[in-house]
Every structure is written in structure tokens, then in C-alpha cells.
Design a protein around this ligand. Structure first.
Ligand code: NAD
Ligand code: IPM
Ligand code: MN
Length: 354
């Protein structure tokens, strides 16, 4: 059976890291004995330049017809004042595909323990899964924008909270059995609904230990005691902020991948970093987050855990052996880092076939 994957390279370093992800997916699929057909479509700033809109209808149609979608990154100063920004395309595709569950795993790779700016004894044992609600809250509330006044509304329904909470509880069951729900229930009405709903849903998962934290305290604990967390369950904006913060545990935002999933239909897989305009076009971006996202695409998007394991092992192996892009204090370019991963993917495949 041939799987179809739509690539949305996007802007800045997006195309550079997407190409690496594609070659890794190809190698892993070959090693596992299945085929992937790749297609590509304009998205973000590149689509504004080409078609006048960040999410052209044709791109959305291709996305809906694919088995999974891989996204590089969108945005950049060139389009910051465009009538429709590239980021609007990203929010648009998440909403149109109903991708309410964003999974962002953060852990320390072997060999990188010393690289985090956090003290070694703090990062040791840190392994966190951030489960971020992705299609509600402030991002999608009522908006008004005037010259002297602006408004962003934050709304959540119990149903929206319940479905993301179930994702978090189920994920915790397969991990260390702990969920920390992060909110601002001392101030926000939506957070009080969030907390009540999560409490109620937790009754269905008696084997999972639930606690609640305010987001300000959680932001601190994430860097002082990261190992206290297993699954962090939180709303859209808090999850966005906490996941960039959590990247310091891993040592670089360039290493983290994510999966955005809906109740059905194709999922979307993307590194959590942006288009990094400051380093775009120089061949020095860390493709690790894209590679990690490619593994998540295999696991959650195509139900190919064997291919996912291969990609994850090759990435971990390359890092352990010392592959380092500039953000990790090294001298490898994107391509050299990619080669270190690909060599492992291919040699493992030969060993498997022997
Ligand atoms: P960013 O993540 O692009 O960059 C933040 C910093 O991290 C920069 O110094 C950058 O060089 C570095 N960095 C990021 N990824 C890296 C990688 N793979 N390797 C090495 N270094 C890396 O965030 P930003 O600068 O705030 O945003 C730039 C643009 O990207 C904005 O337009 C923003 O809206 C957009 N953005 C897009 C996405 C997405 O497409 N999913 C996510 C975040 C930001
Ligand atoms: C992310 C990004 C996006 C978000 C932006 C680019 C709209 O920061 O995926 O983390 O805020 O969700
Ligand atoms: Mn973000």
C-alpha cells in the first residue's frame, strides 16, 4: 500500500528542513518495505507570493485528500504587514482539518544533557509531553481591531475541553500516569470551566494522577523542576508559550517536533520552531525538529511505528555520536547533520535486511 504525504515547505528555513524530513521518511519507508508518494503545495508566505493567499483552496483540497501532512514553517518579515499574514494560513489549516490536539514531546537526548542552559541535575530525567488544545481559546475567539482599541475574545466549551483532556489522560496511561492541567483559574472564567471539566473527565481515568497548576507557577516549575511533569494539558496560548520554554530542556528549539491531530482525517506534523528568518538560506538550520516530526508522522499519521522507531533511533544515534548544528554549539550544517541521520537509517536498514 502506498501512503500519500503532502509537503508544505513554507518559508524561511521551512523548505530546508522539509527536504531533510522527506529524505528520512523515504529511507525509513524503504527499510520497512512500504512506499510513500510525496506531493507538495504552496503555503504561507510562499503561497501569498504565488497565489495571493496563505492557504489557497487547492492546497487545502490536497491536504484533505492526503494521508498525512508535513509542514516546514511559515512567516517572515517580508509578509509582516500583508493584509493576510502567513500565520493565518497555519491557523486556517488547523481549523479546517479540525486538528484540536497538538502533541509536543520534550526530552533530553543522550549526549545533550550538558547542553541545556539548565543545570544537569535539573534536566536529568526530564521527559514531558505537552498536550496543547489547538483550535480554540484566544486564537479563534471573536476579534476586533481598530486604531485605538482592539479585542481578542477567549472562549472554550466544555466539549472542547473534554476532548483534549481525554487525549491527555490516554497519553498519560501510556507514559508515567500523571497529568498536570495548567490554567489561570484564579482569574479567567474559561480556566474555571477548564478545571471543572478536567476534574470531571479524570473520573474516567482512575489510574492517572491529576494535579492542577496556574500557568505562571507552571512556567517556573518547567525550568526549576522539569522532571516533576509527565503530561502537561493546557489551552492554546499557554501551550504555545510553554512549549517554546520547554525547548530549553532539550537544548534547542530546533530539536522538537509536533503532531496535530483531529478526531479523524489526516494529521499535520511540524517542528515547533518557526521560519527562523535570521538564519534562513544559510544551510545551518537544525533539521532535528523536522526529523522528529517525520517520526511522529510515521507513528500517528500513517500508523507505521516501525518506521517511526527507525527515524527516532537514527536521530538519537547521530546526536549521541556528536552531530551538532550551530544552535547546539557545533559546526555541522543542515546537510551534514542530515547525512549523519540518513547514514544510520540506511545502515540499520541493511542490517535489518541481512
Ligand atoms: P523562530 O522559532 O523562527 O526562531 C526563534 C529563534 O530560534 C531564532 O533565533 C532562530 O534562528 C532559532 N531557531 C529556530 N528554529 C531553528 C532551527 N531549526 N535551527 C536553528 N535555530 C533555530 O521564532 P520567531 O523568530 O519568533 O518567528 C519567526 C517567524 O516564524 C514568525 O513569522 C513567526 O510567526 C513564525 N513562526 C512560525 C511557526 C510555524 O510555522 N509553525 C512557528 C513559530 C513561529
Ligand atoms: C506554533 C506557532 C504558531 C502558533 C504561530 C506561527 C501561529 O508559534 O505553532 O507554535 O502560535 O500556534
Ligand atoms: Mn509557537
Amino acid at each position: 500500500m502506498t501512503h500519500s504525504v503532502l509537503l508544505l515547505p513554507g518559508d524561511g528555513i521551512g523548505p530546508e528542513v522539509t527536504e531533510v524530513a522527506r529524505t528520512c521518511m523515504e529511507a525509513a519507508a524503504a527499510a520497512e518495505g512500504f512506499a510513500v508518494r510525496f506531493d507538495e503545495a504552496p503555503f504561507g508566505g510562499a503561497a501569498i507570493d504565488e497565489a495571493g493567499t496563505p492557504l489557497p483552496d487547492a492546497t487545502l483540497e490536497k491536504a484533505k485528500a492526503s494521508d498525512a501532512i508535513f509542514l516546514g514553517a511559515v512567516g517572515g518579515p517580508k509578509w509582516d504587514d500583508a493584509p493576510e499574514r502567513p500565520e493565518k494560513g497555519l491557523l486556517g489549516i488547523r481549523k479546517a482539518l479540525g486538528l484540536f490536539a497538538n502533541l509536543r514531546p520534550v526530552k533530553v537526548f543522550d549526549g545533550l544533557e550538558d547542553f541545556s542552559p539548565l543545570k544537569l541535575e535539573r534536566v536529568k530525567g526530564a521527559d514531558v509531553l505537552i498536550v496543547r488544545e489547538l483550535t480554540g481559546g484566544l486564537y479563534f475567539g471573536e476579534k476586533r481591531e481598530g486604531d485605538d482599541e482592539a479585542f481578542d475574545g477567549c472562549a472554550y466549551s466544555a466539549e472542547e475541553v473534554e476532548r483534549i483532556a481525554r487525549i491527555a489522560f490516554k497519553a498519560a496511561q501510556a507514559r508515567s500516569g500523571r497529568v498536570t492541567s495548567v490554567d489561570k483559574a484564579n482569574v479567567l472564567a474559561t480556566s474555571r470551566l477548564w478545571r471543572r471539566t478536567v476534574e470531571r473527565v479524570s473520573g474516567d481515568y482512575p489510574d492517572v494522577v491529576l494535579d492542577h497548576m496556574y500557568v505562571d507557577a507552571a512556567a517556573m516549575a518547567l525550568v526549576t523542576h522539569p522532571a516533576r511533569f509527565d503530561v502537561i494539558l493546557t489551552e492554546n496560548l499557554f501551550g504555545d508559550i510553554l512549549s517554546d520554554e520547554a525547548a530549553v530542556i532539550a537544548g534547542s528549539i530546533g530539536l522538537l517536533g509536533s503532531a496535530s491531530l483531529g478526531a479523524s482525517g489526516p494529521g499535520l506534523f511540524e517542528p515547533i520552531h518557526g521560519s527562523a528568518p535570521d538564519i534562513a538560506g544559510r544551510g545551518i538550520a537544525n533539521p532535528g525538529g523536522a526529523i522528529a516530526s517525520a517520526a511522529m508522522l510515521m507513528r500517528h499519521g500513517l500508523d507505521r511505528p516501525g518506521a517511526a522507531d527507525r527515524i527516532e533511533a537514527a536521530l538519537a544515534g547521530a546526536l549521541k555520536a556528536g552531530a551538532r548544528t550551530a544552535d547546539l554549539g557545533g559546526e555541522d550544517g543542515t546537510q551534514a547533520f542530515a547525512e549523519a541521520v540518513l547514514t544510520r537509517l540506511k545502515s540499520e536498514a541493511r542490517r535489518g535486511a541481512a
